[in-house]
Write a protein that binds this ligand. Sequence first.
Ligand SMILES: C[S@@+](CC[C@H](N)C(=O)[O-])C[C@H]1O[C@@H](n2cnc3c(N)ncnc32)[C@H](O)[C@@H]1O
Length: 275
Amino acid sequence: MNSRTRIIFCVLSAHLGAAAIAGGIVLAGQASHSASPYGVWEIAGLQGLLSAVLGTVLGLAWWWIPINLLFLPAAIFVQQIQLPAMAYLGGFLLLLLFNWGVIFTRVPLFLSRRSVWREVEALLPQDEPYRLLDIGSGLGGMLLRLDQTRPLGRHEGVEISPATWFISWIRAQMRGASARFLRRDYRRLDLSHYDVVFAFLSPLVMEDVLHKASQEMRPGTLLLSLAFPLPGIRHDFVIQTGRSERQKLYGWRVRPDYDLGYQDHPALEHAHLLR
Ligand SMILES: C[S@@+](CC[C@H](N)C(=O)[O-])C[C@H]1O[C@@H](n2cnc3c(N)ncnc32)[C@H](O)[C@@H]1O
C-alpha cells in the first residue's frame, strides 16, 4: 500500500469507526430512554472526537487531529446555514486557483521557513551579480527577502497556481521589489539562464527535475532542493535547516560535463566550503 492509499484508508477507517461507535452510543441511549438523549451537535462532536482519537491511534500526523475533529460538525454547520449554490461554486474555484499545482503537477503548496531562506542566502555571492530562480515560488517569501538582503542578485520565481502567483506578484508590487514573479510552468523555462535554481516541490517530480537540470543547467551553477533529494544521485552537500527531514536543504554543483549523476567526484563540497 503506498503512502497516499494508506492515509485515505486511515482517514476513512477513523471516520467510519467513529461513526459506528457514536451510533452505538446513541442507540444504547435510545434503548434506555424513549427518545434519543443526544442532540445533533452532541453526536457530531462525539464523532469528531472519536475520529480524532482513532486517526491518531492509526498513525495519522498530528495535523489531522483538528481536521478529523471538525469535519462532521463543519459539514452539519454548512448544511444548516443553507449557503447559496454560488458560494459552493466560489469555494470550489478558489480551491482550484490555489491548488492548481496539486491537480496538474502533483505538487502541493507548502511554504518554506525563514531558517531555509537564511541558509540559501548564505550560499549566494555577496559582491557579485547572479541570477536565481525559484521553480514553484509559492507566495514569494524567499525571493522577497533575498531582494532586500542581496541587492546584486536577480531573483525570479515561476508559479503555476494562479491565485498563489497573484499573491506573490501583488506582494512584490506593494513593496516595490525588483524580484520578478511569472505565472508559468517551470518545465517550459530554460534553466541555462540561471546561476542558482531553488526547488521545493515533491518527491514525485524530482526525477523530472534531475532530467531537466542535467540537460540545461550550466557547469558551475548550483541546484538546491529543499526536503527532496534527486533520485539515485549523491548530493554535494546537505544543510539541516531545522529538526525534521523536511527541513534538509540539498545542494548539487553542476559539473563541467553537465552531469549531476557522478558518484565519486573528488571535489565533494560541503556547505561551509561554499560560503
Ligand atoms: C511546496 S511549494 C513551495 C513554495 C515556495 N517555493 C516556498 O519555498 O515557500 C511548491 C509550489 O510549486 C508550485 N508548482 C508546482 N508545479 C509547478 C510547475 N510545474 N511550475 C511552476 N510552479 C509549480 C505549486 O503550485 C506550489 O506553489
